[in-house]
Design a protein around this ligand. Structure first.
Ligand SMILES: NC(=O)c1ccc[n+]([C@@H]2O[C@H](COP(=O)([O-])OP(=O)(O)OC[C@H]3O[C@@H](n4cnc5c(N)ncnc54)[C@H](O)[C@@H]3O)[C@@H](O)[C@H]2O)c1
Length: 306
């Protein structure tokens, strides 16, 4: 029997890529989204889609009860935007999780995968380890942590995997959004205006992970028991400074580029990258390197209307 997987946030960047790969691998996928940030054009043909707002309890009833796995990716995905409307962030990042966990308990759905973020660490961690103390700096990080805690408190009812994803980038990312995704923000303005606006220090650092690698790990977790009931740092383990990102993007673009440096944004972490614990858990032994990933992203962006 085909396993049935509900993917929330299916019209978004990561959710849509997951739907496609799950579908190609022969899983039965049920997709849902409220289009608050996702796009209809991201929906995958041949997959059942339900339009619903997961923060509204009544609407959860639209989801079929027979489900093997929930992949919960719906949420508000920008730390910066979480300061503009903290309640909206709470609703999208926590209430949706609460409602789906309660739905799972009621309907004996036994497996729950969650899209958390490296933002839960704040500036307490540098080379982040799961046991590091978490002190989020944004409402976004706070609400992701709240969701994590709520899932773990319900562990007697379901198996969980919580992915603390680092900076995910690649084809399919929203190039019109100038508040989410460091690489996509720089890339879109580079292509449009031969200019990169940096909000904060060039010495800040991040861990950049290519979209296909993220999707592979989520799917591997279905059958690899090592992922069971764990929080996972989903990053490459490579520390990349902001100026290195810019240097590589400039070398690919190969045109005169203006760099403008502005003040940092609220809640921005100075520097964080993942430990390499993923390599003890996953069978995957390496991730795509940054230059190759940026090239693929650049080529896709060049032929995209945005
Ligand atoms: N992109 C990254 O680098 C990154 C890193 C860490 C964690 N995450 C998390 O992974 C998830 C997916 O990220 P993404 O980059 O694809 O973001 P995205 O904004 O492209 O996708 C999120 C989707 O959730 C939908 N959504 C929001 N609220 C909803 C609701 N109440 N009901 C139904 N659908 C709703 C949006 O319409 C959107 O399509 C998010 O939860 C994000 O916080 C992303």
């Amino acid at each position: 029997m085909k396993k049935i997987i509900l993917v929330t946030g299916a019209a978004g960047f990561i959710g849509s890529k997951l739907c496609l790969k799950l579908h190609l691998k022969g899983f039965k996928v049920i997709a849902c989204d409220d289009f608050s940030n996702g796009k209809k054009t991201n929906l995958i043909k041949g997959i059942k889609f339900i339009k619903l707002d997961l923060s509204v309890t009544k609407q959860i009833k639209k989801i079929p009860k027979k489900i093997d796995y929930i992949f919960h990716l719906a949420g508000q995905s920008s730390g910066e935007k979480s300061f503009e409307n903290p309640f909206n962030d709470l609703r999208r990042n926590f209430i949706t999780t609460h409602n789906l966990i309660e739905f799972s308990k009621k309907n004996s759905i036994k497996n729950f995968f969650y899209a958390s973020s490296m933002s839960v660490y704040g500036n307490e961690a540098n080379r982040a380890k799961i046991k590091d103390f978490c002190k989020p700096l944004s409402f976004y990080g706070t609400h992701k942590k709240l969701s994590e805690d709520y899932i773990i408190l319900n562990k007697k009812y379901l198996n969980f995997t919580i992915f603390r994803m680092f900076n995910v980038y690649g084809p399919g990312q929203d190039l019109t959004d100038d508040k989410q995704g460091m690489v996509s923000i720089y890339l879109s303005s580079l292509i449009k205006n031969n200019k990169i606006i940096v909000k904060g220090s060039l010495n800040r650092f991040r861990d950049l992970i290519y979209i296909d690698d993220v999707v592979d790990i989520w799917i591997e977790a279905i059958n690899n028991k090592k992922f069971n009931n764990r929080i996972i740092n989903l990053g490459t383990g490579k520390k990349i400074k902001v100026y290195q990102i810019i240097d590589v993007l400039k070398s690919i673009h190969n045109k005169k580029t203006k760099i403008e440096i502005l003040r940092g944004t609220p809640g921005d972490q100075y520097g964080i990258y993942s430990d390499k614990s993923i390599f003890n858990i996953s069978n995957k032994k390496k991730f795509i390197n940054m230059k190759e990933g940026f090239k693929k992203f650049y080529l896709w962006a060049k032929k995209t209307d945005f």
